[in-house]
Design a protein around this ligand. Structure first.
Ligand code: SF4
Length: 483
């Protein structure tokens, strides 16, 4: 049995023919999976396992990567032997191999197909996933009666996980797509067998519905000048530009439909512009009161909740760093890192209240995030809500300086702390840190609290502390440069 297509390859073909071709013929051009994407896959697996528990009599067909035919044979045998609920049943038809998450047999010997997703709602891209499965399963000889999507229920609240999943009937949407599947399969097989890589220009498809793993390779020529990176550019304008073959900022001319702020960005990047409003910065800094606290949280948001009162993807903090700058220039540092798999919220909140005094500003970078974490803690611990609310009331957003008063071509299309720091404080860098961002921190924390290897645990604790500390130190040093 040779197969070229699968559920994921079919989806790739729908997103971009070049992506499909590269995945089969030149995989090395893909960027390595980020920790964030790995975490999404791991959560998907955990959700899949949890979903199966809702069907206690189901039979799991173990997939053998080295011998897919054996999995197809095992599936056939299980059906012949009277299995009524199958997990990961393997089917092969029209050079396409699919594994069906859950199949349940009806009294009339038809089957219902259930695809499990870790999202909290049905998304457009889920429907073709089911359409290709239905096509292959029916081609392999089974009659599919209904197709369903089983996703997480955002209203479910731990500890009651009985309502963790919602099963939605998506039969009609799948039926509407069914007609297009055979032609797509023919077309995708042709693409795969082409000698040369298909000539596809970069565009909206590179990030929709998922960021393409070949983006670095395909976008290299555009550098930081891709039109699709213009901040807040609407989808409608992107489509217009893509249809006209306008891919880079250099190709833009006056008649293109950009707003004043979009043109401002384009000109700043093309002319290496720097625009610093010193009066505006001074006025903003005057709002600050000593002692100035620089605060940053790291948070985790598991797909399947495991602490009281939490729903799927509810966020909880597991770490913070706080630098405190006194009027005399003295800098103190406080931090908290939760190191086991118990609920971190209460000990963290208590420690936070001892790190942040009753007076003075609390600086964060994008305060919306810190505010939401603090508000959640207020809701969980009414006994601390007054003091936590006082921290919320004193939040001050350093990001606003870079939104309104300090613009630099080297920031590119973002004002994130990691874009701003190398320009404003070039002597300070995240480069040598093992943890490179919030999603890395989540993955490392999850690993750290679950490992029994003490040496590894110590290493990961150090990495997490270094990273979070750097976030607040970066704000301190930026503040000093601006003051
Ligand atoms: S980056 Fe864009 S053009 Fe390149 S393969 Fe991916 S989707 Fe296609």
């Amino acid at each position: 049995m040779t197969y070229n297509l699968s559920k994921s390859k079919y989806q790739s073909g729908l997103q971009c023919k070049k992506k499909l071709w590269l995945e089969i013929n030149d995989r090395e051009k893909a960027s390595p999976l980020s920790k964030a994407v790995e975490r999404i896959f791991e959560q998907g697996t955990e959700v899949g396992i949890e979903a199966r528990k809702r069907f206690p009599s189901g039979l799991l067909i173990e997939y053998d990567r080295t011998n897919p035919s054996s999995s197809v044979e095992k599936t056939k045998e299980a059906i012949k032997d009277g299995a009524e609920i199958l997990f990961e049943g393997a089917f092969f038809y029209d050079d396409t191999l699919i594994l069906a998450d859950i199949l349940t047999k009806n009294e009339d010997s038809t089957w219902d197909l259930i695809e499990v997703k870790s999202s909290t709602k049905v998304k457009d891209e889920h429907i073709p996933d089911l359409a290709i499965q239905k096509y292959v399963i029916e081609g392999a000889g089974l009659k599919v009666n209904k197709t369903h999507l089983m996703h997480l229920n955002s209203k479910c609240v731990y500890p009651d996980l009985s309502t963790l999943f919602v099963i939605e009937d998506v039969n009609q949407q799948v039926e509407e797509l069914s007609e297009s599947v055979p032609n797509n399969v023919v077309g995708f097989k042709e693409v795969i067998s082409e000698e040369a890589e298909p000539n596809v220009a970069i565009g909206l498809q590179c990030k929709d519905p998922h960021e393409c793993s070949f983006k670095e390779y395909c976008w290299e020529f555009a550098g930081d000048k891709a039109v699709f990176d213009i901040p807040s550019l609407s989808k409608k304008k992107k489509v217009i530009l893509q249809d006209k073959g306008i891919l880079t900022l250099e190709q833009l001319t006056k008649e293109h439909p950009l707003s004043d702020s979009e043109w401002e960005y384009v000109n700043r990047i093309l002319n290496e512009g720097i625009d610093i409003n010193k009066d505006g910065i001074r006025q903003m800094l005057c709002e600050l009161e000593y002692p100035i606290h620089f605060l940053d949280f790291e948070t985790y948001n598991p797909a399947i909740p495991y602490f009281d009162g939490m729903s799927p993807y509810s966020q909880f903090p597991f770490q913070y760093s706080c630098h405190v700058l006194g009027e005399n220039g003295k800098l103190d540092h406080y931090e908290y890192l939760h190191i086991d798999n118990t609920d971190p919220r209460k000990p963290l909140a208590e420690m936070l209240l001892s790190s942040i005094s009753g007076a003075g500003s609390v600086v964060a970078y994008f305060t919306g995030f810190e505010k939401s974490v603090l508000e959640n803690l207020c809701g969980c611990f009414p006994e601390y809500s007054e003091r936590l609310q006082s921290i919320i009331d004193r939040l001050w957003d350093q990001l606003n300086i870079f939104r309104y008063h300090y613009k630099h071509y080297a920031f590119g299309g973002t004002n994130s702390l990691k874009s701003v720091l190398p320009v404003v404080v070039p002597e300070l860098s995240y480069e040598d840190l093992e943890v490179q961002g919030g999603t890395d921190a989540q993955a490392v924390w999850d690993e750290m609290i679950n490992t029994d290897d003490e040496k590894q645990k110590e290493r990961m604790k150090k990495e997490l502390k270094e990273y979070c500390r750097m976030d607040t130190l970066a704000m301190v040093e930026i503040h000093k440069k601006l003051a």
